[in-house]
Design a protein around this ligand. Sequence first.
Ligand SMILES: Nc1ncnc2c1ncn2[C@@H]1O[C@H](COP(=O)(O)OP(=O)(O)O)[C@@H](O)[C@H]1O
Ligand SMILES: O=C(O)[C@@H](O)C(=O)COP(=O)(O)O
Length: 417
Amino acid sequence: MELGVIADDFTGASDIANTIAKGGLSTVQFLGLPDRPAPASCQAGVVALKSRSIPAGDAIAQSLQALDWLKEQGCRQVVFKYCSTFDSTPAGNIGQVGEALAERLGVKGVVACPAFPTTGRTIYQGHLFVGDRLLNESGMESHPLNPMTDSDLRRFLRLQTADPVGLVPWSVVRRGGAAIRKALDDAAAQGETLVIVDAVSDDDLYAIGEALDGVPLLTGGSGIALGLARNILKGGTATAGSGSFAPVSGDEMILAGSCSNATRGQVERHAARHPTLRIDVGAVMDGRLGPEDILAFAREHRGKAPLAYSSSTPAEVKAAQERHGREAVAETLDRLFAEAARRLVEGGLRRLVVAGGETSGAVVGALGLRSLAIGPEIDPGVPALSSTEKPLALALKSGNFGAPDFFEKALATLEGA
Ligand SMILES: Nc1ncnc2c1ncn2[C@@H]1O[C@H](COP(=O)(O)OP(=O)(O)O)[C@@H](O)[C@H]1O
Ligand SMILES: O=C(O)[C@@H](O)C(=O)COP(=O)(O)O
């Protein structure tokens, strides 16, 4: 294995696996910390953790274990992948995990760049934009678990770090790889462990990739991996690999636990032409709605792309959280979707689309899968996936990714259409 990734959630893992696979490396997504060596054909391994919203100490411990495993597989370069909207809170975990990995590898001046221009995430003067809005006016300020209320990444990241946070501004990035490398070395000399690096286009990300050729640690969104496969392939240490995605036909289901803007639009669009089950949070919390209701709905609408969703507006989310508690709602919904998915797959489901990072983590965790092969891209940042162990194809969609017709398109891609 040449390249290793530690991803802080499951959708994020498939996002960066997609980027690396498109770059030409044979890529496998591992679900949780692997308990055995990677297959010999695997050139890039992405370890998907569910560490974005857990206590920082636990996230650090899991990430260091993942690092050790990746190093044992031979990786010389490791990426810590987090969200392109920098999903975290002052309690963590981007800064804490980033610094812990850097300390273990004995490095400073480590890039921190969540930019993903294809999906509108750009960074200028250390401020993160989503399209033409600053992060804190993009809808992310209402996220159920990590409301993003500060677009100044240097300031926000500093709340999570022990060391000062640096900035490589776009005026340096535009001068290319050598200038970026020097700026990162200067930052390291000043004692800055993590350094926000501006990027407004894929060209900037390729320049950053050139600057980072061979460095032991990078951190960022999937965009940070754009140039890495190219570095490895040009270095002659690997030849372009091919994936082993296996399309699957058969029963299908869509589960949406994301309340992000893009998902709510996709739910609305899908509902106009397909059967949908709206999951009322109050009913779930009171025990009036459970996995059996989702199963019955799926049975009734087999073959019609049924969708069960808890996706709600920010006002509805706020009301549910005030009534029942933020964590209790999240845990109960995670359990509901996980149990429903487990029983559906046990009953022969073959194609499963999940919207939402935490939701995907809960669902895939319950399915007991070890690893996934990476298939064609459905929409930017979302590949088709197939289990390496059973006839099951999946799409794990980040909350804010995908076109309005994503769900229909995903089901078609999963069966190879
Ligand atoms: N109607 C709702 N009210 C409150 N919380 C919700 C509701 N629906 C889903 N959630 C919770 O919101 C969180 C959404 O996170 P996630 O699945 O990661 O989506 P995204 O990818 O959009 O961030 C989950 O913890 C989920 O359980
Ligand atoms: O980088 C991204 O935006 C995604 O890969 C990602 O991590 C999104 O997380 P969720 O929106 O929680 O799915």
